[in-house]
Design a protein around this ligand. Structure first.
Ligand code: FES
Length: 596
């Protein structure tokens, strides 16, 4: 299906695509370095090749008129073909997580109140009437009513025959409706790539519906640093980033309400978590300092804000509660993950890992908490990988090598169009197990290894009507860097606590990517320490679970604050012997690194 539209003067195909709602993958944010915005110019005139295209694209690609969308500008009418792997396909988003198993103690109370109809003899104002009735019937001395609530109070009272249901938060009335009203809550986990949103019945703690969606900022770069750079360009860019998020959340609320028959003005409270950059962008806080050493957040504490101040359309007086951050690169989503998995109450030794473009790891050592953040990069999202793609239909997600034959599984069971992070991890582990790769990460001779233009690559899929899919030596180096960053994080945490890898009683792995990886593969290549498989637990979107807990429980909010306060942050770049330890963590083997 084609889309036709106008490009503005000087606009690149990437920018023009955005204008026309065609989102082209742009992992580097349009800097010309990731090579993922490949498109083919079918007809029409465009500008000359850029140096990035000449050096980064194959001769074959250039011969076939493939260009980088971010480096190509139309000169007159053009027709552009966008291959599937260059489109930001709707991605499988992981919204499931652990179910809530505790008694809710919501941050607001729900009370039914019978008001007295005023008379000419007693023409009491509606607001006074409500306050007095609340006092008489529930012993609540309330003095504050949100302006948005006041603006709809009089018709609401009369429409419901003088009996209303109110939501009270601390000493403020934040919502009023009929006695049929069911006050709800919204919990959101804003990831760099994906957003998970949940509509929750606050009184019971039950999740009524959930929705996964892409973070719309993704077309400005897939990793946090490109996002920070783009948002720091001007106040307008920062405002634009915030609007994009809020628009996406409002659309998600619409969809959740549509699924459940709920009303958006019945959502009396929202809890939002995200990494520190997403948290700041959502709050319109400056992010520039997050991108520069010593990576300081503008805000660390939990905060409550009126939803309307940020443009989130819920109940007129509704609040948004944001959980606290720990550091510039360990955000409220990490706190929510720790809350959601309940690992911090353990008396044993537990490692909790949320794997992503940025991986946060927390070591719980008999009640003591310490965390690191590892720049694991976007390789797990398929970026910087020759045939890499995100976990969308057609992505190879699991691989087993049987003799000389590869068995592959794709998302959606369709013909493969690329390989996603979990597939890449499997391929590399299978190569290692079958001597096609040595411990240093160098490709070895194997029937499935071929050499193209001086570079070894391992062939994963050859189909008559499609491009071959292979994993190159360069791809393996990308994955090696990512896995080394994670393993180094684990090493740093253990060494700081004087512990050995075998002391770890449990490894909890959260996040969408972590949910789909094969643990054996991750251990084989040395991304995770060699421990018995039963010590690993994959828990899905635990940050979403933590956000839902904080939504329905005042106690859990206090617990979240304590988790952030108790957490000792270790800056990975400052550990002694960093280079030597990083080299050790890069080894592609399942040998222990700390002790034994
Ligand atoms: Fe064009 Fe990265 S190379 S967006």
């Amino acid at each position: 299906v084609g889309i036709r539209g106008k490009c503005l003067d000087g606009q690149s195909i990437l920018e023009c695509g955005r204008r026309l709602n065609v989102d082209i993958v742009s992992i580097c944010g349009g800097m010309g370095t990731c090579g993922k915005c490949r498109v083919r110019v079918v007809s029409g005139r465009v500008n000359e090749h850029s140096p990035e295209e000449d050096s980064g694209m194959s001769v074959q690609d250039l011969d076939q008129n493939y260009r980088l969308a971010c480096r190509t500008r139309p000169i007159d009418d053009v027709r552009i073909y966008i291959p599937p792997e260059s489109l930001t396909a709707p991605q499988r988003t992981q919204v499931e997580g652990l179910e809530l198993e505790f008694e809710p103690d919501p941050p607001f109370r729900i009370l039914d109140v019978q008001l007295r109809p005023p008379t000419l003899g007693n023409p009491e104002a509606d607001e006074m009437n409500l306050i007095a009735s609340l006092d008489e019937q529930h012993g609540v001395s309330m003095r504050k009513i949100d302006l948005g609530v006041l603006q709809m109070l009089s018709p609401a009272i009369r429409d419901s025959a003088w009996k209303v249901r109110v939501a009270l938060r601390d000493n403020e009335i934040v919502a009023v409706g009929s006695t049929e009203s069911r006050w709800l809550g919204l919990a959101v986990d804003i990831g760099t790539t994906k957003i998970a949103a949940y509509l929750v019945d606050v009184a019971s703690g039950r999740t009524l519906a959930s929705k996964g969606l892409m973070n719309p900022q993704i077309s400005y770069g897939e990793d946090v640093v490109s996002r920070i750079t783009a948002a720091s360009k001007s106040p307008e860019s920062a405002a634009n980033f915030q609007t994009m998020l809020v628009d996406a959340l409002n659309a998600a609320v619409d969809s959740l309400c549509g699924k459940t028959g709920a009303r958006r003005d019945h959502i009396a409270e929202a809890v939002i978590v995200g990494n520190t950059a997403m948290h700041h962008l959502f709050l319109k806080l400056p992010v520039k300092q997050l991108g520069m050493a010593p990576y300081v957040p503008a805000l660390r504490s939990a905060i409550d804000i009126k939803a309307r101040d940020l443009g989130l359309l819920i109940a007129p007086g509704g609040y948004i509660h944001l959980l606290p951050n720990i550091a510039g690169y360990v955000g409220a989503d990490h706190v929510a993950m720790l809350l959601g998995t309940d690992v911090t109450s353990s008396n044993g030794i537990v490692l909790a890992i949320d794997i992503g473009t940025n991986t946060e790891i927390c070591l719980i050592n008999r009640g003591r908490l310490s965390s690191v953040s590892c720049a694991s990069g976007p390789a797990f999202e398929g970026a910087h990988i020759k045939n890499g793609m995100r976990a969308a239909p057609g992505a190879i997600e699991h691989v087993i090598l049987k003799g000389q034959r590869l068995e592959i599984q794709t998302i959606g069971g369709i013909s493969p169009i690329g390989i996603c992070g979990s597939g890449l991890l499997d391929v590399v582990a299978q190569m290692r197990l079958n001597d096609a790769l040595d411990a240093s990460g160098k490709i070895q001779a194997h029937p499935l290894v071929r050499n193209i233009q001086g570079m070894n690559e391992f062939v994963v899929s050859v189909l008559p009507d499609r491009d071959d899919i292979s994993v190159t030596q360069k791809d393996i180096r990308e994955l090696q860097m990512a896995k080394a960053a994670i393993r180094l994080g684990i090493v740093a945490l253990l060494e700081a606590e004087d512990l050995c890898e075998e002391d770890i009683g449990e490894v909890v792995i959260a996040g969408a990517f972590g949910t789909f990886i094969d643990i054996e593969s991750a251990v084989t290549i040395g991304m995770l320490p060699p421990l018995p498989l039963e010590r690993f637990k994959q828990v899905g979107n635990a940050a979403g679970t933590g956000a839902r807990m904080a939504l329905v429980s005042h106690r859990r909010r206090i617990e979240a604050r304590q988790i952030a306060e108790r957490n000792h942050y270790i800056e990975l770049g400052s550990i002694p012997g960093f280079n030597r330890k990083f080299a050790g963590a890069s080894v592609m083997s399942d040998k222990p690194l700390v002790c034994r």
